[in-house]
Design a protein around this ligand. Structure first.
Ligand SMILES: [Zn+2]
Length: 287
């Protein structure tokens, strides 16, 4: 899933390529992708893109008529920029193509989504706050006013594992399963640590790890073409998706805890005093 650094880079890419251009047309290629019906997509024709921003993991494309095209790529969605977009509108069907936006100069982008669970979402609204997922976003961790005190307030009193708080979009905007693993590895902290139990020193370490990890990921992917971002994300991750490989910090074997529909990865030596975390699924299988 694209998280804050990738969505930030996609926004920068679109800012460079699409700002100042008029929209020729926008088409949904599947019935489920468009979550709003008024204003209709046809109203975008002729409107000029004035800005492209990011809100958490949402892309926000603004036009000169005050509309916002908001995109959430979900778990398996991606944006593919094309200098020569096919001129025919997309046909609804079983292809991964979910949405197409064509600019008047012939360029534009496709939104694609692999797999059978279609979660990619597009909204056309007058105000981003009309999108429920945007309205309820917590503060952005890369914002200048997100301080260590902001993080301390978010964690205090929460009887919840720190991994869960980090990826809860209502608490902090933009961090998902991959970067929460990365932040906790950089902080040398167990993903199961209870937020409410953290000392001021713990919070300071977590804060630095969060800012550094996200800033470095944004810098690594800055200037990359949309097509290259996925590969960059994978190669830049130290523990996420790397179970069985050696930790790049200490050389211990990276381990995994599996859940119903996701998994987390961590380094026991760096994060849990060498002790493996309980993997309920695994222990159930062994009984
Ligand atoms: Zn390690």
């Amino acid at each position: 899933m694209p998280e804050l650094p990738e969505v930030e880079s996609l926004a920068a890419f679109l800012r460079a390529h699409a700002t100042g251009h008029a929209i020729a047309r926008a088409d949904a290629a599947s019935f489920s992708v468009l979550k709003t019906f008024d204003p209709p997509l046809t109203s975008l024709a002729g409107q000029v893109i004035t800005a492209v921003g990011r809100q958490g993991k949402f892309l926000d494309i603004s036009t000169d008529q005050g509309l916002h095209l908001i995109i959430h790529l979900a778990r398996a969605g991606w944006l593919r920029w094309r200098e020569d977009l096919p001129s025919a509108p997309p046909k609804p069907g079983k292809s991964p193509l979910a949405f197409r936006l064509a600019l008047e100069d012939g360029s534009g982008f496709d939104l694609t989504e692999q797999g059978t669970h279609k979660r990619l979402a597009v909204y056309l609204v007058h105000d981003p706050a009309e999108v429920p997922g945007v309205a309820t976003l917590g503060p952005d961790p890369l914002a200048a006013d997100f301080t260590a005190d902001t993080l301390a307030d978010l964690l205090s009193g929460r009887r919840m594992q720190v991994k869960g708080v980090l990826r809860d979009q209502h608490s902090i905007a933009g961090i998902g399963n991959a970067y929460s693993d990365e932040v906790l590895h950089a902080a040398k902290m167990s993903p199961f640590k209870i937020a409410a139990s953290m000392t001021p020193d713990d919070v300071a370490v977590l804060y630095d790890a969060m800012k550094t990890t996200l800033t470095e990921a944004v810098e690594r992917s800055a200037g990359l073409a949309a097509a290259d971002l996925k590969g960059e994300k994978k190669s830049g991750l130290r523990v996420h998706g790397r179970a069985g490989q050696a930790c790049p910090v200490c050389g211990d074997t990276i381990r995994e805890v599996s859940f119903a529909d996701s998994a987390l990865q961590y380094c026991p030596s760096c994060q849990t005093n060498g002790k493996p975390l309980a993997d309920r699924r695994l222990s159930r299988l062994l009984k």
